[in-house]
Design a protein around this ligand. Structure first.
Ligand code: CTP
Length: 408
């Protein structure tokens, strides 16, 4: 996806070993359709050359306010007026201290100070040794930068270039890309707690076999990401899938429908939106065998008795908060035919204000989908698109329906 098409990003590099990640970041931004203008401090040029960054960004790199290449010789004005966002990655402890003081003795700090506050957002990706990060002076500076309107991205945790282990690593290039993409999304769900179920469930027959389905979890994970991007607190209860947890999302891994219901029950009291996207197995074996079921000389297959699983969505929707509307419940319907009629009937049966229909065989495992939104007033379609795009559209719809977000 060309998610940054039309966006012009000012990528600032300050002195730190994490400059090597800025090369990848620059490529990732361009791959998403952005144009990237790199500005480096003298210290950054000790870690990575302007030549490398010029080749990757396909533009001249600036590292001095005295650079006469700009027609008006006022690079700090020209560069800061042209960009949609200024991302400093890495942001060193020293550079953040400079920003706090409003100092402007090099091109990058100068253009940060000269930027139109209301128009050019400033994002900082700190990178430093763990002691420097934890130092009260740095933490004071972070607090001041936040108060001054900057966005200070989280730091990573782990082994550092200096050999120590702790907080202060710069996020990886693709994590920074996700942070930037999230930054550009409308914040329609701030203050909401969204609880989402995703993926299949697995119902054990014996220790080595079970019943599951073809759900990949991609739609539910895309919804978790989109809800987080919209500013919500997000809890994701995931069946057995091997997908990465979206940034900033709290994940619970479960296997069976019973475990999924238990995890949902842990979170539901504080949730304001519940989205049941999981393909929950309708039945489970009445008793899972403790030992592997062996073939018998008769050649007859084992008789497996089934019991119905709890209906998680219906249970939540029928709770007091579900019925009163304090908790807005959204279900999914995975059908193979008669999508509109099946989705309408299922919405009434489940007792939810909004049910989202999709054709299971056309979406399971794929990166795209098409959705049919059915509520009490009728239906509308979200035409086939990438699951992340659909997820963002659905989150906007939900925000609109609960009256907290403007329809974009
Ligand atoms: N669901 C649930 N718990 C279940 C079964 C379904 O929470 N035990 C939720 C799903 O997450 C989805 C919705 O109910 O949001 C509809 O699921 P679906 O499998 O399409 O419908 P079923 O209720 O299972 O009905 P049927 O299989 O007869 O179509």
């Amino acid at each position: 996806m060309n998610e940054l098409a039309g966006k012009h990003i000012l990528l600032g590099l300050t002195g730190g070993i994490a400059c090597y990640k800025a090369a990848d970041l620059c490529r990732a931004l361009i791959k998403q359709g952005a144009t990237v203008q790199v500005v480096m401090t003298q210290a950054a040029a000790q870690f990575i050359t302007p030549v490398t960054m010029q080749a990757l960004s396909q533009r001249p790199v600036y590292d001095s306010q005295w650079d006469s290449r700009a027609d008006n010789n006022m690079l700090h004005i020209t560069l800061s007026r042209a960009a949609d966002a200024c991302l400093i990655a890495p942001a060193s402890a020293d550079f953040m201290a400079k920003l706090v003081q409003g100092r402007a003795d090099d091109l990058l700090s100068l253009l940060c100070l000269a930027r139109p506050l209301a128009r050019l957002p400033l994002l900082l990706a700190p990178a430093m040794n763990r002691e420097m990060w934890a130092h009260p002076a740095t933490q004071r500076n972070v607090a001041q930068l936040l108060a001054d309107g900057a966005t200070v991205l989280p730091v990573g945790q782990g082994e550092q270039a200096c050999g120590e282990t702790g907080d202060g690593r710069m996020l990886e290039a693709l994590e920074l890309l996700d942070e930037l993409l999230a930054f550009f999304q409308p914040k329609t769900l701030v203050g909401q707690h969204v609880l989402i179920t995703a993926g299949p469930t697995y119902e054990a027959i014996d220790p080595v076999r079970g019943i599951t389905n073809l759900s990949s979890g991609k739609m539910g994970f895309a919804l978790a990401r989109a809800a987080r991007e919209a500013g919500a607190q997000v809890s994701l209860v995931a069946g057995p899938v091997s997908l990465d947890t979206p940034r900033g999302v709290q994940r619970w891994n479960v296997r069976s429908a019973d475990e999924m219901l238990a995890a949902v029950n842990q979170e539901i009291a504080s949730a304001t939106v519940f989205i049941a996207c999981a393909a929950v197995a309708d039945w489970r074996p009445a008793a899972a065998m403790a030992q592997k079921i062996k073939k018998t000389p008769t050649g007859l297959p084992p008789a497996i008795e089934f019991v119905e699983n709890p209906d998680i969505l219906a249970t939540v929707a029928q709770s007091e908060r579900g019925r009163s509307g304090a908790l807005y419940c959204v279900g999914f319907a995975a059908e193979s035919h008669d999508l509109l009629a099946q989705t309408q009937a299922k919405r009434v049966r489940k007792g939810v204000p909004l049910l989202v229909g999709n054709i299971g065989p056309d979406t399971f495992g794929r990166d795209d989908n098409a959705l049919l939104l059915v509520d009490a007033d009728g239906s509308s379609e979200l035409p086939r698109n990438a699951k992340l795009v659909l997820a963002r559209q659905l989150i906007t719809e939900i925000a609109h329906r609960i009256g907290v977000g403007a329809r974009s």
